[in-house]
Design a protein around this ligand. Structure first.
Ligand code: ADP
Length: 353
């Protein structure tokens, strides 16, 4: 479980690139703190500045301005030897795995240990333990070309663990994988976060990946950090339009609304269409039955989705309400009083778009 003890502190970070005649402000005045034990997700579309920002953490990218503190150390004050040592504490996992094709699985995992002080036997034990941790003990002698994408990423993960880092940076580590393998790899990251207490920073353009493992989320757009919060807050009460878009895509409400509109509900339907969002115990209330019993308002469920996030249920529903106008209004007020977030969807508006 994360406590409030920042292991990574970025303060007022700018990264500006000068290319020919162009100036690109890839990261603009970002401050963020990652606590020990967090699985911290940074989400944004391609080009938002995510990779540049995380590369600042281990100074693979030096910031144009700002302060970088990792484990209490001012990274910008380190000499090159100290920086090399600090970097060993920060493992990286990449989208395209970055394995050495001429080395076996064993060789790839052993490689980062080449200048460690371990004895031959300790080193062998370590590689075997890492192979076991990622479930690849039977693949030690295979070459990367003989592995599936998911297996290659497991090698990448084991290699990133070799120097016992306290921090892991995962740069779109699942973007090249199919959905099932993505789930397996994210599960593995989540398990190792808990088992080894490693702090993980994940960058991705997919809310589904964030949803599966992260406890905190930052959203980036055009080099800026536009929103940040716990997974539940970001999911339950997104403030910025981009955040809401990511959430709506992930809950599939976006496609549900499109289907409802295409299906002609707008033409035949006389009542009101509302979107409900609720967290926690409210989901146990028999909402639909309640509306009928109390207000004689019938509620058809047009769409419903429940997510279990960080141990809390977040529900989202589209209800088509019909009944007397004033009763429907009372029903909506009743839902609001239950601390359900209610938003009316104006179908005539979207129809005329
Ligand atoms: P993301 O990871 O969100 O896709 P990046 O951090 O890779 O975004 O890129 C942010 C912006 O910075 C992009 O416009 C990209 O083209 C630019 N950029 C990244 N690295 C460099 C570089 N080394 N030189 C010049 N421009 C760069």
């Amino acid at each position: 479980m994360a406590d409030s003890n920042p292991i990574i502190k970025l303060k007022d970070i700018d990264v500006t690139f000068h290319n020919e005649n162009k100036t690109i402000e890839a990261v603009k005045d970002i401050s963020l703190e990652v606590n020990k034990g967090d699985v911290f997700g940074i989400i944004g579309y391609s080009g938002a500045g995510k990779s540049t920002l995380v590369r600042v953490i281990n100074l693979l990218q030096r910031p144009t301005a700002g302060e970088v503190t990792v484990n209490g150390q001012d990274m910008l004050a380190l000499n090159s030897k100290e920086l090399r040592s600090a970097r060993k504490n920060i493992g990286m996992i990449f989208q395209h795995f970055n394995l050495m094709n001429s080395l076996t699985v064993y060789g790839n995992i052993d490689f980062p240990l080449r200048d460690s002080k371990l004895s031959k036997k300790e080193r062998k034990d370590k590689v075997e333990h890492l192979l076991d941790l990622v479930g690849l003990s039977d693949r030690a002698n295979n070459y990367p070309s003989q592995l599936s994408g998911g297996q290659k990423q497991r090698v990448g993960i084991a290699r990133a663990l070799a120097n016992d880092p306290e921090i892991w940076i995962s740069d779109e580590a699942t973007s090249a994988l199919d959905p099932k393998t993505t789930t397996e790899i994210l599960d593995l990251l989540g398990r190792l976060n808990k088992q080894l207490g490693i702090t993980v920073v994940i960058i991705t353009h997919e809310m589904d990946a964030i949803k599966q493992v992260c406890n905190r989320v930052a959203v980036m757009e055009n080099g800026q950090l536009i929103e940040e919060g716990s997974l539940l807050t970001i999911f339950g009460q997104p403030k910025q339009k981009l955040t809401k878009d990511f959430v709506d895509t992930s809950t599939q409400i976006k496609s549900a609304l499109e289907e409802i509109e295409a299906g002609g509900l707008a033409k035949d339907f006389q009542g009101r269409l509302i979107e409900l969002k609720f967290t926690g115990d409210v989901t146990n209330e028999p909402i639909v039955v309640g509306l009928y019993k109390r207000f004689n308002v019938s509620a058809s469920i047009m769409f419903s989705n429940m997510e279990r996030l960080s141990g809390t249920t977040i529900g989202i529903m589209l209800l088509a309400l019909s009944g007397d106008d004033d009763k429907v209004a009372e029903a909506i007020k009743y839902l609001n009083d239950l601390k359900i977030n209610v938003k009316e969807i104006d179908l005539s508006e979207s129809e005329s778009e």
